[in-house]
Each structure stands twice: as C-alpha cells, then as structure tokens.
Write a protein that binds this ligand. Structure first.
Ligand code: 0X9
Ligand code: ZN
Length: 428
C-alpha cells in the first residue's frame, strides 16, 4: 500500500505529468551572446513577463534574468532554453498560488494574526484608508489633492505635520510608481502608521518629525495599481493610451525631465520602459513634478520606493556622471545598509543608480536631484528574486521595517547636515 502511494505521488510530481501546469518564475543565466539574443527573443515573442531586468535591452551575459512564464507558454519556453543549453532554474513552480495568497484579504480568517498593515490592499481600500487616517488625525494629517491620473483617479498626498516648529523642512516619499511592485504602497501605509503610533514614543521618529514634515504619496500610479488587482498582476506602467501605436502605458519612471529618453529608455510605446511623448507628458509625473517645483525650498529629502532587488540608490541613473555630493550620498546609504544588516540580517547593495543597477534616464530621483533636492534616493525593497513582485504578505513587516530603518537613518543624517550648514551660514 505504502509503495503504491509513493508511486502515485512520484508520478504526479514528474515534470510534464502534472495534472495542471501552473505559472512559473524562472531564473535564467545566459552565458554567450547568442544565448543573450535567444533570451531577448523569448521574452518578447512569447507570452511572458520580464521581471529582472525591467527591459530585454538590459539583458547581458552572465547576469541572472527573472522571467514570469504563464502556464500556457511554459513548455515552449523551457524547451527552447533546453535546446540552446541555457542554464535555468525554477524559482517558483506555482506562481498562481502566490498571487492568490497576496490578494486574499484574510481579515475574516480567524487563524490569521496579520494586521491591516501586514496585508496588501486594493486601490479602493487604500482610498478608504486615507479617508480614515484624515478623520482620525485631523490635527496631524492633511490631505492634498495634487492632480489626477490619466483615467481620472485622484492623486492624494498626505502631509504629516506633528509639530509646529517654525522653519521646519520636509521630506517626500512616493510609492507605487510601478504598478506591480506591491510592497511599495504597503510601505507608504506602514510609514504613516509608524509615524502616527510612535511619535512621542520612539526617539528617532520623534526627532525626525520634530524637524521635518513628511509628504507621502501612497500610490503614484493608481490606474496601473488597480489594473494589477483586476486584470494583469504583472503590469508596470500607467494606463494611458498611445495615439500612434494603440499600445498602453508609459513608464512613469522614464517620463521625468532628466536626460529624458536617452540610453536606458525607449521611444517605443509597446515596451515596458517607454518614456512617453515628451517629458512630463503623463498627468501622474506632471502632478508630482509640479508639486515638488512649488515646494522645492521646503523639501530637502526625496525618496521613491520600488521593488525588487534590495538596493539603496541615488543619482545619477540618467548618466554615468557622479553627483556633486556623491560621497555624502554614498556614506548615508552605506550606513543605512549597515543598519539593515545589523538589525534585520539582510543585505542591501548601495550606490549610484547607473553603476549599481543600470542606466535609466527620466527617473524621478534624478529629476528631483536636479531641481535642487540634494538628498534624493530610490529604494528597491525585498526580495532578490525568490518571490520578486509576488512577495508574500508574511514578508511585509520585515521588508517595511528594513526600509523604515533606512529612511530614518538617512533622515537623521540629513537633519544633522543641514543644521551644520545653517550654523555655518552667516546671520545678518
Ligand atoms: O528601472 C527603474 O525605474 C527602477 N528599477 S525597477 O526594477 N523598480 O523598475 C530603478 C530606478 C533607479 N532610478 C532611476 N532610474 N532614476
Ligand atoms: Zn520600480
């Protein structure tokens, strides 16, 4: 009986003998240029979604590629890789299950001890959350409507102002510029909750909020985010319709006016890194740029939250040039990465974007930097690819705490530095 049972289990586990093939996440490492070309081809010609890098143009030899392969193309894709001897391994054999886990809002499940902030939320729930935060904290949080998306959804910024110290500066945090990076909006919610709960309790957050207001945009790309909940979990761009091609979406992190649409972006509307018709052609990027232009004397510190790959990046990504305060930025991210390692035993890379990840022009961090916000960062949160964009809800708390300690470390340093500067400048 036991032998029969083992035989039965074995037969059902044999590749190609599964009752049902599921969506998979593959990690593929091309070695030769020929393999690179084949892989570029596979990722564009077959129904797949390239996770890492963001576009086939960045695929290079001896660098891991993460590819989401839907069940219906998995046999063809794997056969092609095998035929050309391209090294690959399965990171996730059942991505559908991961998607289900992320969307199941198990507040009704009594076994789940997860709090609101340890779950992912759809756009409507986030709008409701914003409303509730404002109602519950009328003296601490203000709601600012900075514009609307291309499908006319509101773009709300929360202003946290917990203290009325005169001449207070501010930091900006945006989340969800890329639709599929769900841990990012989760972080914005986490940050607000942490600030409101621990102001007056935790020394660092109290000091930061005594010296800075915080502007938080929880979902910069609401149309894209909503689309990942309703239709395509792998969507990256916004949802504006290109007149010329009929293809949909602009990569909002290629649409800012920082070496716009040069190497590392594409003018093809059908690609994932389409830069748009002109800089700030999209209502979402324009709203952010307008707001920051109007608050540039106040905002000293800029954060844009992405995933995945565990990196703390700073300008420039739009060129190989070094930022004028490169040393300061490097030191700040080094310290933040060290804190993450010490407190959470996790490794984050850090450095200028163009050298640490890839050349990618038109990004919000570089644009904000050039506007005069000299402390400008992009964080890529967890993980490094095991789950990628499908990071399970049980990982939210650790991922957010890591990002939180990095934000706090950098904010404290910025306050310290700008205070020194203020002391140095002559008083009349
Ligand atoms: O390519 C991007 O926009 C970011 N990586 S992601 O995988 N989340 O898409 C990196 C952004 C780094 N900064 C700039 N390119 N300015
Ligand atoms: Zn991103």
């Amino acid at each position: 009986m036991k032998t029969l049972l083992i035989l039965f289990v074995f037969m059902n586990l044999r590749p190609g003998h599964c009752t049902e093939t599921r969506d998979q996440i593959l990690s593929i490492t091309p070695i030769t240029q020929e393999q690179v070309d084949i892989l570029k081809n596979v990722s564009t010609q077959y129904e797949t979604s390239l996770w890492q890098p963001a576009s086939p143009q960045y695929i290079k030899e001896e660098t891991q590629v993460h590819l989401y392969v839907p069940a219906n193309s998995s046999e063809t894709v794997v056969d092609l890789l095998e035929k050309h001897n391209i090294t690959h391994e399965v990171l996730q054999a059942n991505a559908n299950e991961l998607i289900e886990m992320q969307t199941k809002n198990d507040s009704t499940d009594p076994r789940s001890g997860a709090t609101f902030y340890e779950r992912y939320h759809n756009l409507n729930d986030i709008y409701f959350w914003i409303e509730r935060i404002i109602q519950d904290n009328p003296s601490k949080v203000k709601l600012i409507l900075i514009g609307s998306s291309s499908e006319k959804r509101p773009l709300y910024v929360l202003k946290l102002s917990l203290n009325d110290n005169p001449g207070k500066k501010a930091m900006w945090i945006d989340c969800g510029i890329h639709a599929r990076e769900w841990i990012s909006p989760a972080f914005c919610l986490w940050f607000v909750q942490h600030s409101l709960s621990f102001y007056g309790q935790n020394q660092d957050i109290t000091f930061i909020l005594n010296n800075m207001d915080v502007y938080i945009l929880p979902v910069l790309n609401p149309d894209g985010y909503d689309y990942t909940w309703t239709t395509n979990r792998m969507w990256r761009k916004n949802r504006s319709v290109s007149k010329s091609s009929g293809c949909i979406g602009v990569d909002l992190n290629r649409n800012f006016d920082a070496n716009w649409c040069t190497e590392g972006a594409s003018n093809d509307p059908c690609t994932e890194i389409y830069c748009g018709e002109f800089p700030e052609s999209e209502p979402e990027s324009q709203a952010v740029a307008d707001f920051l232009r109007n608050h540039k004397d106040e905002v000293q510190l800029y954060f844009s939250i992405h995933s995945y790959s565990q990196m703390l990046l700073f300008p420039y990504s739009c060129s190989r040039e070094e930022a004028e305060n490169h040393k300061d930025l490097l030191e700040m991210t080094r310290e933040a990465a060290q804190k993450i390692r010490r407190y959470y035993r996790n490794t984050y890379k850090y450095g200028a974007g163009s050298k640490t990840i890839y050349l990618a022009p038109g990004g919000s961090d570089d644009w904000a930097y050039n506007l005069g916000i000299k402390y400008s960062f992009t964080f890529e949160l967890q993980d490094v690819g095991q789950y990628g964009f499908l990071l399970p809800p049980s990982h939210i708390s650790k991922a957010c705490n890591e990002a939180l300690i990095a934000v706090k470390t950098i904010a404290l340093r910025v306050i310290e530095k700008t205070r020194d500067l203020a002391r140095q400048s002559p008083t009349f």
